[in-house]
Design a protein around this ligand. Structure first.
Ligand SMILES: [Zn+2]
Length: 291
């Protein structure tokens, strides 16, 4: 787990990158990270994010009480704290004004994510939050409706906000948001964006989920934890002994019901559809009060 000093250094590094990339001008922008004990390290108000030192940062609790640091925290402190209160999974928050993404926010246009595979996987859409006066509750309320479902937001006539498991991830999302916005503009200049078809997006998501599943299985195997068999999807209950081999390769004669199916995405879909159908039939039967 990252130490407080490491987290402070990460925030300083993110500030430097935001400034060098032209995502902030003068004293714009603010950055924060949540420490393992639940307290928050945040940038002070009135400083360029390109020239901070770890000791310049302010430590606060979730109610905004200053616990350490001689400077005043950013005026967007309530926004950062609201994010941490609403999203226990978030460990880092970055707010900046990257010019292209902010251009979209000023024009009142959302950044389309279904144009690039990386954008589809990184963002589940990028909502455009209504304008709210910076540094006020109005800005917090404008983001609230989208907070649970998204990790990147355009703030109308203002800038952008990104979240991550830690402050580096939040920063990388800001980088990616700006990159997607730039590519989108160039595509528009060259005649228009071509959205990826829905089925290509679905295929991409499935491939990514499968990769994540495989990585999770491998991690569990390395750590000696029970892990789901890739064929029958049972965890420690799979009849195949000892991780590494699937029940299919252990018992090639097994019937489909016993786990003889390959776990290709189409087959998984078919299984899910069949199970759903059975459940629905059960439910309908139950509603009628007859089997
Ligand atoms: Zn701002």
């Amino acid at each position: 787990m990252a130490s407080e000093w490491q987290v402070r250094q990460d925030i300083v590094e993110v500030g430097k990158r935001l400034w060098l990339k032209g995502f902030v001008a003068a004293n714009d922008g603010n950055i924060s990270a949540r420490l393992p004990d639940g307290t928050v390290i945040i940038t002070p108000t009135g400083v360029s994010k390109g020239f901070m030192r770890p000791e310049d940062l302010v430590k606060v609790d979730l109610d905004g009480n200053r616990l350490a640091g001689s400077r005043e925290p950013t005026t967007e402190l309530p926004l950062h704290l609201s994010v941490y209160r609403e999203r226990p999974d978030v460990g880092g928050v970055v707010h900046a004004h990257p010019p292209t993404a902010t251009g979209f926010a000023v024009a009142g246009i959302t950044v389309e994510t279904a144009i690039l595979p990386e954008a589809i996987l990184a963002f589940d859409g990028i909502p455009l939050a209504e304008y709210g006066t910076p540094g006020t509750e109005e800005l917090v309320q404008s983001v609230m409706p989208y907070l649970k479902e998204h990790n990147a937001f355009l703030l109308a006539n203002h800038g952008a906000l990104t979240l991550g498991a830690d402050v580096m991830e939040a920063y990388y999302r800001m980088e990616r948001l700006e990159m997607v916005a730039q590519i989108s503009i160039i595509a528009r200049v060259l005649g228009g964006e071509r959205r990826l078809p829905e089925e290509a997006v679905e295929r991409l998501r499935k491939a990514f989920e499968r990769r994540e599943e495989t990585e999770e299985r491998e991690r569990k195997w390395r750590e000696g934890l029970p892990w789901p068999c890739s064929d029958c999807m049972l965890a420690s209950n799979c009849p195949a002994p000892n991780g590494g081999q699937s029940c299919r390769s252990q018992s090639p004669q097994s019937s489909p019901q016993e786990g003889g199916l390959r776990a290709g995405s189409e087959e998984i879909e078919a299984i899910v559809a069949r199970v759903a159908e059975e459940v629905l039939r059960e439910l309908r039967g139950g509603n009628r009060g007859a089997p």
